[in-house]
Design a protein around this ligand. Structure first.
Ligand code: PLP
Length: 399
């Protein structure tokens, strides 16, 4: 039996810590999802999510994990044989590709070394070369949760505009939403994919698609088979504040509360908080002398930091030491980073002292796990949090 004295430290990059306020908001009797009281909740979360995604267009809410919204993005807009361009930024790009291929899309996969964001110049040259406009969508992961590297969606939009290419821009912002700048309309995103269990501070179980007028028009004309994921059935019901099938009612109570919390703090402050925690975590890693997975300072993620362990050491054995000694879960290395890297989540409901506890647990674990490192990482992070190490503070992402 596992005993927790005090709170378990859940420092994986999602699911993230759920605020007590959100847990209490969920603790409600079930509600008639076709009654008038429900519609009030339905409208509140739909319009609230529009503010979070910063869009005037509808945001679809599915009772599913993020993978469902990945699938919905594809089956609503594309047909078997359609070509898509997808940047291989890490494991989540690999997984999205897997879904695309199951639906018989022709995926042009642009490799990277998993240590940076997508190569936007390369995307642009492939778009420029595609004179007959065979590419129907460009797909990028905003915040690659397996590597801690960001691809700035606005840069990809600019590449599409410069080449006058009509492909849809699809952005997975599952671990970006509500932890870093995201401007659905201003950045010209056609389809966004979001999830509940990261910056939104909710349990897993909800996923989102934010849309554009073009994505909606293309999906209306698209005859690909789909039912559960169909946007248009959903939108018909959403007009009345309801859903075509039983919604995850208690998760919607939670969503309403989480949106209220994010708006009370102010989204800009939420983003600044994440940037600050990212900077402090990187300062600690630098002092430890451990390499970050992400090699491009312009692509550092504010919501998680993936750290390499030296060759000959096992990141999962280290994570086990941390879990057994300090009751803290760190994220495992995914895909080809398995055993080579661990991930520190600093996303969602989080504050300075939670970060200090997290980094202390990592530093003690490095000692106990005999991972070669220098001490003092926690002190370096403290300097950043105290505001003394202003150089380590990154500017806001491209806006
Ligand atoms: N995309 C990204 C960037 C993710 O981080 C995740 C999950 O961690 C997913 C997609 C898949 O979401 P889910 O596991 O909720 O299906």
């Amino acid at each position: 039996m596992t005993l927790h004295t005090g709170r378990h430290f859940l420092q994986i990059p999602g699911p993230t810590n759920i605020p007590d306020r959100v847990l209490r908001a969920m603790d409600m009797p079930a509600l008639d999802h076709r009654g008038p009281e429900f519609a009030e909740l339905g409208y509140a979360v739909m319009t609230g999510l529009q503010r979070i995604f910063r869009t005037k267009h509808p945001v679809i809410i599915f009772p599913s994990s993020g993978t469902g919204a990945w699938e919905a993005a594809l089956v609503n807009t594309l047909s078997p044989g359609d070509k898509v361009l997808l940047a291989e930024t890490g494991q989540f790009a690999v997984l999205w590709r897997g879904i695309a291929e199951k639906f018989k899309l022709d995926v042009e996969f642009m490799p990277t070394d998993w240590r940076r964001g997508a190569d936007v110049a390369e995307i642009e040259s492939r778009l420029a070369a595609d004179r007959s406009h065979k590419i129907k969508a460009v797909m990028v992961i905003h915040n690659e949760t397996s590597t801690g590297c960001v691809t700035h969606p606005l840069e990809v939009r600019k590449a599409l505009n410069r080449t006058n290419h009509p492909a849809l821009l699809m952005v997975d912002t599952i671990s970006g939403l509500a932890s870093m700048e995201y401007e659905h309309d201003a950045w010209g995103i056609d389809v966004a994919v979001g999830g509940s269990q990261k910056g939104m501070m909710l349990p897993p179980g909800l996923s989102f698609n934010a849309l554009s007028d073009r994505a909606l028009a293309i999906s209306r004309a698209n005859s690909s088979l789909r039912s559960y994921w169909d946007w248009h059935d959903m939108l018909e019901f959403n007009k009345l504040g309801t859903f075509p099938y039983t919604p995850a009612v208690n998760l919607l109570f939670a969503l309403r509360e989480a949106i209220a919390m994010l708006e009370e703090e102010g989204l800009e402050n939420v983003f600044a908080r994440h940037r600050r925690h990212g900077a402090a975590t990187r300062a600690a890693a630098k002092t430890w002398g451990l390499d970050l997975v992400c090699l491009d300072p312009n692509a550092y993620s504010p919501s998680l930091t993936a750290v390499m362990v030296p060759d000959g050491h096992d990141a999962d054995a280290f994570r086990k030491v941390v879990l057994e000694n300090f009751d803290m879960s760190l994220g495992t290395g995914l895909g080809k980073l398995k055993g080579r890297a661990f991930r520190i989540g600093h996303i969602g409901h989080f504050n300075d002292l939670m970060l200090m506890g997290t980094l202390s647990g990592v530093e003690m674990g490095l000692d106990l796990g005999k991972i070669p490192h220098r001490g003092g990482g926690v002190m370096s992070a403290m300097e950043v949090l105290k505001g003394r190490n202003a150089m380590a503070m990154p500017k806001a992402a491209v806006a």
